[in-house]
Design a protein around this ligand. Structure first.
Ligand code: A2P
Length: 258
């Protein structure tokens, strides 16, 4: 169990669907993290801490911390967390960790692909508002696959926020592209990201060339199955996977649930 370092008040809650919401909390003084990292957070339930890993969905320079959460009705934490209100208290550990950081990818890339499903988009909504992302890459493609169109709202809002951001807005307007696809209802962009990469439709729709290890770096965040299936595809395209602290063409992390 992670050690509780902070107890912090909720400053904002916004529900998008019956399954997804975001919340913001006060940022403790002196708390530093790298965009793309995660932390343990949760609630005191019956006098016991219940904590889960959550990616910071806000950039490293934001005055508050933002998180994007799924709601699982019988989940130990999110069944309660879904009811939090402004002023309620969140408990949080003190040490951010994680591999979905710019430093974990090898240099020389021109295009950055961030592939996500569901709440796996959270580390990427942090990275799209980090000035370093735009310094390192000429083209940034954020993809999110969800079941339904309404599940894409959070990411769409964050894209707008990045494009209107005083710090990265100008770069985001030129370099940032969002590709949201859905799997359980008709939509202009239908299908799992794995299938869209394999069929080439993703690249066709975006009007760009396919994956190339010379120019491309990839971050993946989703369910275990999504990670596994995506990695098979990337390996077949000649991209090398990261391990430990060695930078590579691609890096992945499991999206957290429950
Ligand atoms: P699908 O509807 O075909 O299962 P979930 O809501 O279960 O977390 O899933 C989020 C999205 O991730 C869904 O659109 C789902 O598609 C997709 N998905 C699930 N498994 C995989 C996988 N192995 N590879 C790619 N996408 C996946």
């Amino acid at each position: 169990m992670a050690k509780i370092a902070y107890t912090l008040p909720v400053t904002h809650v916004e529900h998008y669907t019956e399954s997804y919401f975001r919340f913001r909390i006060k940022r403790p003084r002196g708390f530093r993290f790298t965009s793309g990292q995660f932390i343990m957070l949760g609630l005191m339930i019956d006098d016991k801490p219940v904590m889960r890993a959550y990616s910071m969905a806000s950039p490293h320079w934001d005055e508050e911390l933002e998180f994007y959460s799924i709601i699982v009705q019988d989940g130990e934490l999110t069944s309660r967390l879904q009811h939090i209100k402004v002023g309620d208290e969140i408990i949080m550990s003190g040490k951010p960790v994680g591999t979905l950081t710019l430093r974990s990818l090898s240099g020389g890339g021109k295009r950055l692909f961030m592939l996500s499903t569901g709440t796996g988009v959270a580390p990427f909504t942090s990275l799209i508002r980090d000035e370093d992302t735009y310094e390192r890459y000429d083209e940034i493609y954020l993809t999110q696959t969800c079941r339904q169109i309404k599940d894409l709202q959070y990411a769409q809002q964050r894209i707008e926020e990045a494009k209107n951001c005083p710090l990265v807005g100008e770069d985001a307007q030129k370099k940032l592209h969002f590709y949201g696809s859905v799997t359980r209802e008709p939509y202009e962009r239908e299908g799992r990201i794995t299938d869209l990469i394999e069929s080439g439709k993703l690249f066709e729709d975006l009007g760009i060339s396919g994956l190339n290890p010379e120019t491309d770096r990839v971050m993946i965040c989703g369910s275990m199955d999504m990670l596994k299936d995506t990695r098979v595809i990337l390996d077949a395209q000649g991209l090398s996977k990261g391990s430990g602290h060695k930078p590579a063409h691609y890096m992945w992390e499991k999206a957290f649930t429950g």
